[in-house]
Design a protein around this ligand. Structure first.
Ligand code: PAJ
Length: 261
């Protein structure tokens, strides 16, 4: 596996068709690795970007604290058969005078809870698409609204890339894998299980014809949600929630109708 640190070098790497890109912020877990494996299975060249994108964090969020271990990530990516690990610096992607943003008009859920977050995500992903020029890019259902926003960006701006959205990978007890789970103490981790359980309760309620939001809220077991909402993600409709456990903010969602592709 080759590690590349500048956009210029990345644009010059000879990649064979078809090219798959997996954008990440590192601290790899099985969720990230499942995207890399899907890319490996479908594509001739696999590029993984590792960049803790400062523009998607608000001033009061965990940018400084965010787990970083490039050596371990590089080892895991090599094991999966990734061809190129693209690790740009913040100065590389956001040089002096950077002033152009991809701002999707999105309401509710993460858009309301984290103003500016999805703008940062959309902007960095368009930059990565332009630098790597992938045929296919892989994202996780875990961040359903992020995937929905990126689908809209690709459609609205005629970006020549296909998106794939893959299922959320969970621990055996149901907690969605997340790089932020390392912040949880043992007690908090146990508390956090209320989030996937409440969403499952909401999904069952929906299947039986009652209100999934009310059912999920009632099952949160004391967790304070930022929101519990039904969100359209492409052709699918998901029940999504965000909640704080101690100082850690977790998000999760389950599909109510349709299929995430
Ligand atoms: P990050 O949180 O590192 O996630 C990288 C990709 O892995 C995203 O597409 C995310 O949805 C997916 N992912 C995370 N947890 C998952 C899980 N448990 N199961 C399946 N997939 C999972 O999302 C980002 O980084 C950033 O916002 C990024 C898109 C890289 C832009 O900076």
């Amino acid at each position: 596996m080759r590690t590349v640190r500048t956009a210029t070098e990345m644009q010059q790497v000879a990649l064979s068709h078809k090219v798959g890109l997996v954008p990440t912020m590192g601290a790899f877990h099985e969720g990230h690795l499942s995207l890399m494996r899907a890319a490996r299975a479908e594509c001739a060249s696999v590029v993984v970007s590792l960049f803790v994108n400062p523009t998607q964090f608000a001033a009061n969020e965990d940018l400084e604290l965010y787990p970083r271990d490039e050596e371990r990530d590089a080892r895991l990516a090599t094991e999966v058969g990734v061809d190129v690990l693209f690790v740009p610096s913040a100065e590389e992607l956001y040089p002096e005078g950077f002033a152009t943003w991809v701002d999707v008009e999105e309401a509710g859920g993460e858009a309301a809870a984290r103003p500016g977050h999805l703008r940062g995500v959309a902007t960095v992903c368009v930059k990565l698409f332009n630098i790597v020029r992938p045929d296919v890019a892989f994202f996780g259902q875990k961040d359903a609204q992020q995937a929905a926003v990126l689908r809209r960006v690709v459609r609205d701006l005629n970006v020549d890339v296909e998106l794939r959205v893959l299922p959320t990978v969970r621990d055996a007890d149901g907690l969605a894998l997340s790089s932020r789970n390392v912040y949880l103490s043992t007690a908090e981790r146990a508390e956090a299980l209320a989030l996937p359980r409440a969403l499952e309760t909401g999904r069952s309620a929906h299947v039986q014809g009652s209100d999934p939001i009310a059912a999920a809220r009632a099952a949160l077991n004391g967790l304070e949600p930022d929101y519990v909402e039904v969100i359209d993600v492409g052709d699918a409709r998901v029940l999504a929630a965000a909640a704080r456990v101690g100082s850690t903010r977790l998000i999760d969602n389950v599909v109510l109708e349709g299929e995430l592709r």
